[in-house]
Design a protein around this ligand. Structure first.
Ligand code: CP
Length: 312
């Protein structure tokens, strides 16, 4: 098996070959979700715990469905209904859950580095489902799978990532992944959300969406991450919308067959107009669909499932 990592904590430390292994494994899993009986026995007997310390619709739901489609058992941990509410520490919580002998922990946490911290003392495989503003590796992988489906290859694509780059773990994981696969990346946003230090990642930055969108193959819109902003550094939603919302007029400057992406949740009418969000150019729900196959691939590669049984 070409995937040697015990955990999936970030994209930054993966090689292009490892990324391609995850993507090709995900491609082979896509078909399972189209079957009438959407289940294979690949991870039968394995136990996975979803540990989410922040709200989630797409990531938590698709990890749960991915596990179930591979016949693994999965338990959802609810922070507010747990003993964390009684003062138990994160480490004690994880150690107690580990005593129940899971095989993998899927962690979303508001602190950057929390999944890495957990991986230093636990036996299970740890999968980062988004940590603070650090990384969201499975989101970048499902974005890459969608780009490959729509554009056939990622190399040499012009991909514009727009919005609150500073606070976005999705932007960071995508910067690392798409660069490793040869894309040209332009980051766009107001200066308060796009420090010039981002150039150190080897990407271009532009403060004009009107200019950056010209000739783009894909435009990835991001939400303003109010929950991660430490100061009220942005003047008004109206100003933001005027300069950085993707509207039909702005979209016309992109390549004719360019696609619109968004990790969700969308703030309709803020970063993206409703007519574009619901248009044929939007692949937003395709991204969500691909999230299941990508998470099946990650669980399969880390947990070392039996040989694929494709004919069941
Ligand atoms: N894209 C994403 O992480 O969405 P959720 O917060 O709903 O999981």
């Amino acid at each position: 098996m070409a995937f040697k990592h015990k955990h999936l904590l970030e994209i930054r430390s993966l090689t292009p070959s490892e990324i391609n292994t995850i993507l090709s494994t995900a491609e082979s899993f896509l078909e399972i979700s189209t079957r009438e009986i959407k289940k294979v026995p690949t991870l039968r007997g394995k136990t996975i715990i979803n540990l989410f310390f922040e709200p989630s619709t797409r990531t938590r739901g698709s990890f749960e469905l991915a596990a179930k489609r591979l016949s693994a058992d999965i338990v959802n941990f609810n922070q507010t209904a747990s003993s964390l509410a009684k003062g138990e520490s994160l480490k004690d919580t994880v150690l107690n859950l580990e005593a129940m002998k899971p095989d993998a922990l899927v962690i979303r946490h508001y602190c950057a580095g929390a999944p890495y911290f957990i991986s230093t003392f636990c036996q299970s495989h740890v999968i980062n489902a988004g940590d603070g503003y650090h990384e969201h590796p499975t989101q970048a992988l499902l974005d890459a799978l969608t780009l490959k489906q729509e554009k056939k290859k990622i190399e040499d694509l012009k991909i514009v990532i727009v919005g609150d780059i500073l606070h976005s773990r999705v932007a960071r994981s995508n910067i690392f992944l798409l660069q490793k696969l040869g894309a040209r990346i332009i980051l766009v946003g107001p200066p308060a959300f796009l420090p010039t230090e981002f150039k150190n990642f080897g990407v271009e930055i532009d403060y004009s969406l009107d200019r950056a969108v010209e000739g783009a193959d894909a435009i990835m819109m991001l939400r303003i991450q109010r929950e991660r902003q430490k100061s009220n550094s942005f003047p008004s939603i109206r100003e933001y919308r005027n300069l950085y919302s993707l509207t039909k007029n702005r979209y016309k400057k992109a390549k004719k067959n360019s696609i619109i992406m968004h990790p969700g949740p969308i703030n309709r009418g803020v970063e993206l107009s409703t007519d574009l969000a619901d248009s044929a150019k939007s692949v937003i729900l395709k991204q969500v669909e691909n999230g299941i196959a990508v998470r099946m691939a990650v669980l399969y590669l880390l947990l070392g499932g039996k040989e694929r049984e494709t004919a069941d």
